[in-house]
Design a binder for this molecule. Structure first.
Ligand code: CP3
Length: 345
């Protein structure tokens, strides 16, 4: 650990220290609730081009740090750059979300690359280097990828769906092919996270946004095991790698992820009772979360009460304050300021 690491509150909490006030960052903190984000975003024709432009991506990564002084910046990118770098066609339709050429069987799968096209992802690594050189010494930088299950749901359906039925059916009906796809995504994700850590991020987060739709057997098979494999691969390459797992929506099943060897912290979604989590999680494992994004949107006394409840539940434990899912675009700036004041005291 070097001197700058020791002074970053985010990394102290991630290392297992219970700080009097938890460090704070917010999922999707770089995004549409910020006027300066909307202004720069309007200059780029496509969202993916915007993600692959190091100057723009670095600028929007830094915007919430300048405005609010969060304890960590999260790299501005998207989880769907992985299928893009595996050769699947990916685009984002304004107001409609992602569109991919769906993978429905062996022929579509055969068109994917064996491994990531790293030239395609080079701008992401350049963004990391640009952000690192501009961040305050006390601010950490977080990289990320989507978990294989969550990424596979988009690769198979070709878009977001309410219940991930296309990927769930695929996994039941074409089990061997699904296994092969997941193995490809495990390798690609581990390579991608390793590259981000080598480029200078302080920690990485694995977003399993759709873990919560899986019954227990499938949860173990498609959420827990792939995350475990990624953690093992990344830590084989970089033994000190700090990896946060965020399995969203699985209820008490999250304890299976929390028990994985080698994870640095567990992200808690909005539905998790922080008092229960403080009792049930492995002792000393840092928890990250889990304010309801709608409480932040609402503001006022409801926001204060929700914040206090989380602070109280995790007091005396290593904790990183965050939302339980991404910040919502209509969230007023003043509510974020109020939240920071409340958390920092
Ligand atoms: O958190 C951050 O500030 C860093 C950037 C980030 C984005 N996406 C930028 C983004 C991160 C960490 C993500 C992760 C991501 N992307 C997830 C996992 C987390 C989660 O929210 O569950 C998922 C499932 C995606 C896929 C994705 N990207 C969808 C479904 C959409 C459309 C929905 C929407 O919010 O518009 C995106 C687009 C996207 N990714 C935007 C941003 C800021 C909005 C597009 C725009 O600004 O034009």
């Amino acid at each position: 650990m070097n001197a700058s690491t020791a002074t970053k509150p985010f990394l102290r909490a991630l290392g297992g220290e219970a700080l009097p006030r938890p460090p704070i960052w917010l999922m999707r903190q770089a995004g549409r609730y910020l006027p300066e984000y909307r202004e720069l975003r309007a200059t780029a024709p496509s969202f993916l081009d915007f993600c692959y432009n190091p100057t723009h991506a670095a600028e929007v990564t830094l915007q919430p740090i300048r405005r609010f002084g969060f304890d960590a910046a999260i790299l501005f990118s998207d989880i769907l750059v992985v299928p893009d770098a595996l050769g699947q066609k990916v685009s984002f339709e304004t107001g409609e979300g992602p569109r991919l050429d769906p993978i429905s069987g062996p022929d579509d799968f055969a068109r994917l690359r064996q491994s990531l096209d790293m030239t395609r992802l080079a701008p992401v690594l350049d963004t990391i280097r640009l952000v690192k050189s501009a961040l305050p010494a006390e601010t950490a930088l977080i990289g990320f990828c989507g978990a294989p299950w969550t990424v596979a749901t988009y690769m198979i359906a070709g878009r977001g769906t309410p219940d991930q039925a296309p990927a769930r059916l695929f996994a039941y009906r074409q089990r061997d092919l699904f296994e092969t796809l997941m193995a490809r995504l495990v390798d690609a994700s581990a390579d991608y996270l390793t590259a981000q850590l080598r480029a200078g991020v302080d920690a990485v987060q694995i977003f399993d946004s759709w873990a919560g739709v899986l019954p227990i057997v499938e949860y173990e098979r498609w959420c827990v095991r792939p995350i475990q494999e990624i953690v093992a691969k990344v830590r084989a390459a970089i033994p000190a790698a700090k990896i946060i797992a965020f399995p969203r929506g699985g209820g008490a099943q999250l304890l299976e992820v929390a028990a994985l060897p080698g994870i640095a912290a567990i992200g808690l979604d909005t539905s998790v009772d922080p008092a229960w989590a403080a009792r049930a999680l492995p002792k000393g494992l840092p928890a990250q979360g889990n304010l309801d994004p709608l409480a932040l949107l609402a503001g006022g006394a409801a926001l204060d009460a929700a914040v206090d409840r989380i602070l109280e539940a995790f007091s005396g434990r290593p904790h990183i304050f965050n939302l339980g899912h991404g910040i919502l675009p209509p969230t007023p700036i003043e509510h974020v300021e109020r939240l920071l004041k409340r958390v920092r005291g």
